[in-house]
Design a protein around this ligand. Structure first.
Ligand code: IPM
Ligand code: MG
Length: 369
């Protein structure tokens, strides 16, 4: 039996509620095959700020580096609106991404057959959708210097953020996208704004170079980011893998989420470079936020967090069969009509967060019996 250490960072808002269900699923898988999962918990986000005046502690960052995988719930909420940027809840998540060098953020948008009618788009547009957004996660506007708000002294203030990309940052995330495409439909769309931004032009040129040098068996297209937003809602099935920068990836993945029925459905994996043994630092989290409006009510959809653990099975633990089983359990629960409020349509019986967790665990039992 090998033991894998998973650090659970539930965070704020609905984070602890959805994490509790992921925790039950982790326990279900623990010790079934030859892998045992040992979980521990720590604070991140607003709850950490309340306790320690920072959004994540040095100790937690070290524990995250040492863990075999980290699973995060969500951070933030109106309670911390006035808090300084450097210590606000989101800063905890950004520091984890940066300090662990998790440069490749994988955001799959899959439309489950049972949910095709829950999308804001027509069934025929989203049915069978399976795309992967690869978002650069440790560079660009989120981290570029100079940044800040300065007082110009004449009654005016100036807000500055800087979009910066170096060759190596574009190259390594492009490689992740091309490698993924090779295991899928072998098509990559690279997205930027080369028509107005030098960093977009560089992005375009570097992705083309990597393609030409090492991945000519994969089909590569380039698309401007505004057009990509439009194409995602017009004809999303034209895409296979989309690779884009930090800011565009943030926006386009929220758009893509609505194709799948709900933001409550989308998991993500944030991966670092592989070391000599092939091990990558990794953090898994739902794409959705802390949803303070519904926090504490037990109504949030835990599927995105549960599927995030599924991505950990696939990308950190090399347990593809178990990941497939979990995907299947979610799919079957949905097919049998299990719905949390966000994916329910009129007339559906609405399940609570923990009832959805139980429904998925029942399916795991049934499928593995
Ligand atoms: C996301 C979120 C984060 C981001 C926030 C919470 C900092 O929106 O992961 O998409 O902007 O990256
Ligand atoms: Mg976002």
């Amino acid at each position: 039996m090998t033991t894998k250490n998973i650090l659970l960072l539930a965070g704020d808002g609905i984070g602890p509620e959805v994490m509790a269900e992921a925790g039950r699923v982790i326990q279900w898988f623990s010790g079934r095959g030859d892998v045992e999962f040992d979980t521990s918990e720590a604070l991140v986000g607003g709850c950490c700020y309340d306790a320690h005046d920072v959004a994540v502690t040095d100790e937690t960052v070290e524990r995250a580096k040492a863990a075999d995988a980290v699973i995060l719930g969500a951070v933030g909420g109106p309670k911390w609106d006035g808090v300084d940027f450097s210590v606000r809840p989101e800063a905890g998540l950004l520091r984890l991404r940066k300090d662990l060098e998790l440069f490749a953020n994988l955001r799959p948008a899959i439309c489950f057959e049972a949910l095709a009618d829950a999308s804001s788009l027509k069934r025929e547009i989203v049915e069978g959708l399976d795309i992967m957004i690869v978002r650069e996660l440790t560079g660009g506007l989120y981290f570029g210097e100079p940044r800040g708000i300065t007082d110009l002294g004449n009654g005016q203030r100036r807000g500055i953020n800087t979009q910066i990309y170096d060759t190596f940052e574009i190259e390594r995330v492009a490689e992740v996208a091309f490698d993924l495409a090779r295991k899928r439909s072998k098509r990559v769309t690279s997205v930027e704004k080369r028509n107005v931004m030098e960093s977009g032009l560089l992005w375009n040129e570097e992705v083309s170079r990597v393609h030409k040098q090492s991945y000519s068996d994969v089909e590569l297209d380039h698309m401007l980011a505004d057009n990509c937003g439009m194409q995602l809602v017009r004809n999303p099935k034209q895409f296979d893998v989309i690779v884009t920068d930090n800011m565009f990836g943030d926006m386009l993945s929220d758009v893509a989420s609505m194709l799948t029925g709900s933001l409550g459905m989308l998991p993500s994996a944030s991966l670092g470079a592989a070391d000599k043994a092939g091990k990558r630092l990794a953090l898994y989290e739902p794409v959705h936020g802390s949803a303070p409006d519904i926090a504490g009510q037990g109504v949030a959809n835990p599927i995105a967090t549960i599927l995030s653990f599924g991505m950990a099975l696939r990308y950190s633990f090399d347990m593809a069969a178990e990941a497939d089983l979990l995907d299947k359990a979610v799919q079957t629960a949905l097919a049998e009509g299990c719905r949390t409020a966000d994916i329910a349509v009129a007339g559906d019986k609405v399940l609570s967060t923990s009832e959805m967790g139980s429904a998925i665990i029942s399916q795991l039992e049934a499928l593995s019996a």
